[in-house]
Design a protein around this ligand. Structure first.
Ligand code: NAD
Length: 364
């Protein structure tokens, strides 16, 4: 029996996680689900976006299935109480240092990308982002006394970009091992021409590469990587980068695939315990309308089966079910194009569950 903490969160979180749970239930695996509040909905009830009970549940579970957190109505709260802090707290406490974001362009969605078809047809790249260091956590950072969380009159503010050797070494090992399972090519992205932290990152990655002679390593500055991702994305296979650059590049890569509503992600610690969530946020602009695309969350559940629950076959079945639903022409609004059938969140979840049920029954 494996236990899963289900943290649906805010905005469209509830709507999309519901569909992922529906799909998982088709597999009839021995999974125990425990739901808890996180983000703004937890703040409303407990006065904190990551209550101790939620953190405790996440820590003792085999995996966390996460929806999304955030809403503009919390923007005025002090930073430690904002919904997004819950994710940072989970990453920190669970030691989730490796974020996997595959960017795969499904053949059926080639037309949904803003790039030319030939640039993205067959795209299958993996961005690995370090999650626990860098400018998001480096100390010291600017502190100002203010009651509303904003400092319009402040003369300056600062954050510190910082990486330790062990932090870079462990993400480099993860990236080299991921590259070994794919095309044995790894691109490390930094800004070593300007930043000391980046030069250090590059030096450590090169040192680790000595243990992986079968992987071809190259390096690219982040500004060039941002350009190459839209110019010639298929030339990449696995990219590894720090927290800040990875945050930006992985969202850029999301749009290569057509919609951020299609992109799953996994954040893993050294024991393969993980947090699985769509790459998008809580989309307050469409929350409650039942029109969000649940596929990124459903595909995140598939990653959970593969990485944390040792059920790779079940993961493949979910991916196949998603593919067959797209093949049948079903589309939520974000990926809709002429000639397809427009469906809402629940209808998309139902269709994937039905396709999966068919695959399970036929013993594929
Ligand atoms: P967002 O990803 O929530 O939305 C960006 C755009 O994409 C919106 O137009 C939205 O409608 C659309 N979109 C997102 N997911 C979609 C889906 N599944 N189906 C269809 N359309 C979808 O980003 P944002 O608007 O910048 O942020 C909204 C809130 O989410 C903020 O409070 C932000 O802090 C938070 N956020 C949370 C996470 C997370 O929980 N991991 C990540 C990013 C942003």
């Amino acid at each position: 029996m494996k236990t899963i903490a289900v943290l649906a969160g805010d905005g469209i979180g509830q709507e999309i996680v519901r569909e992922a749970l529906k799909v998982l239930s088709v597999l009839k695996l021995d999974l125990e689900m425990h739901e808890a509040l996180v983000g703004g909905s937890a703040y409303d009830v407990h006065g904190h976006p990551l209550p101790a009970s939620t953190l405790e549940l996440a820590m003792k579970s085999d995996a966390v299935l996460f929806g999304a957190v955030g809403d503009w109505k919390y923007d005025k709260l002090d930073r430690p109480l904002r919904p997004e802090q819950a994710i940072l707290g989970l990453r920190k406490n669970m030691g989730l240092f490796a974020n996997f974001r595959p960017a795969i362009c499904y053949p059926q969605l080639v037309g949904a990308s803003s790039l030319k078809n030939e640039l993205i047809a067959g795209l299958d790249i993996l961005i690995i982002r370090e999650l626990t260091g860098d400018i998001y956590f480096g100390q010291p950072r600017g502190q100002r006394v203010a009651t509303d969380g904003h400092f319009p009159g402040a003369p300056e503010a600062f954050d510190t970009m910082r990486y330790s050797r062990p932090e870079i070494e462990r993400i480099a090992h993860v990236a080299f091992q991921a590259a070994q399972k794919r095309s044995k090519r790894l691109t490390s992205v930094d800004k070593a021409n300007v930043l000391e932290t980046s030069q250090f990152w590059r030096d450590v990655v090169i040192q680790v590469s000595a243990q992986y002679p079968d992987v071809a390593l190259d390096h690219m500055y982040v500004d060039n990587a941002a350009m190459q991702l839209v110019k010639e994305p298929k030339k990449f296979d696995v990219l590894v980068t720090g927290n800040l650059f990875g945050d930006i590049l992985s969202d850029e890569a999301a749009m290569l695939t057509g919609s951020i509503g299609m992109l799953p992600s996994a954040s893993l610690n050294a024991n393969n315990q993980g947090l699985y969530e769509p790459s998008h946020g809580s989309a307050p602009d469409i929350a409650g309308q039942g029109i969000a695309n649940p596929l990124a969350t459903i595909l995140s559940a598939a990653m959970m089966l593969k990485f944390s629950l040792q059920e790779p076959q079940a993961a493949l079945l979910i991916e196949e079910a998603v593919s067959s639903v797209l093949q049948a022409g079903l589309r939520t609004g974000d990926i809709f194009s002429e000639g397809c059938t427009r469906v809402n969140t629940q209808e998309m979840g139902d269709a994937v569950a039905k396709a999966l049920s068919g695959l399970v029954k036929s013993g594929v």
